[in-house]
Design a protein around this ligand. Structure first.
Ligand code: HEC
Length: 157
């Protein structure tokens, strides 16, 4: 019993101490996504879907939930954001080549159609990010138009 109490106390001390540490936050400006929107020209509906369900992990602009104040949850969330941005970053869109942009949209259509995005671990706590069939159709339709534009645009780049 004594040893259990000591272990518990040790754990508590480590947990409290850990609260002084946390990852850097991803709190950029919404204007960083403007070049993406003007390049891909989504309807107001699709733009709203992207802002609600995708931006948190795929841009410089993350809206953090209250539990991001808790270490180690904040590290776990930061990891997701970093991973999401590494694969597809709407705030870095201008730096992508046409070929890369087109490929990202190929993935985007596939992922949204197959309901792989937004991530399940995200919709679990963000119910409002779940997409309806009509929303999925709107995103896919937009994605196809964007790909058509890239296929007609100047190449190669
Ligand atoms: C909770 C964070 C999170 C949310 C929200 C999210 N994603 Fe992702 N996304 C990721 C991560 C992490 C990856 C990379 C790992 C993987 O493919 O599962 C990824 C991968 C992708 C890729 C693949 C890029 C490539 O080259 O392979 C696309 C496209 C994408 N997401 C689009 C979206 C769209 C569109 C939405 C909104 C409908 C969305 N994501 C919502 C985290 C997220």
């Amino acid at each position: 019993m004594k040893i259990l109490k000591k272990l518990l106390l040790l754990f508590l001390i480590i947990f409290i101490g850990a609260q002084f540490f946390g990852p850097e936050k991803n709190l950029g400006d919404l204007s960083s996504v403007e070049p993406f929107f003007s390049d891909t020209n989504p309807s107001k509906e699709v733009e709203a879907i992207l802002k609600e369900s995708c931006l948190d992990c795929h841009s410089d602009v993350t809206r953090y939930p209250w539990y991001n104040k808790i270490t180690p949850i904040n590290y776990w969330l930061a990891d997701h954001v970093a991973d999401g941005k590494k694969h597809f970053d709407m705030s870095a869109w201008d730096g992508y080549s046409i070929k890369k942009k087109d490929h990202k949209f190929e993935e985007l259509i596939e992922m949204v159609e197959q309901k792989e995005m937004p991530l399940e671990s995200y919709t679990f706590t963000h119910k409002e990010a779940n997409l309806t069939d009509a929303q999925i159709a709107a995103v896919v339709d937009w994605g196809k138009k964007v790909r058509l534009k890239y296929s007609l645009g100047p190449r190669p780049q």
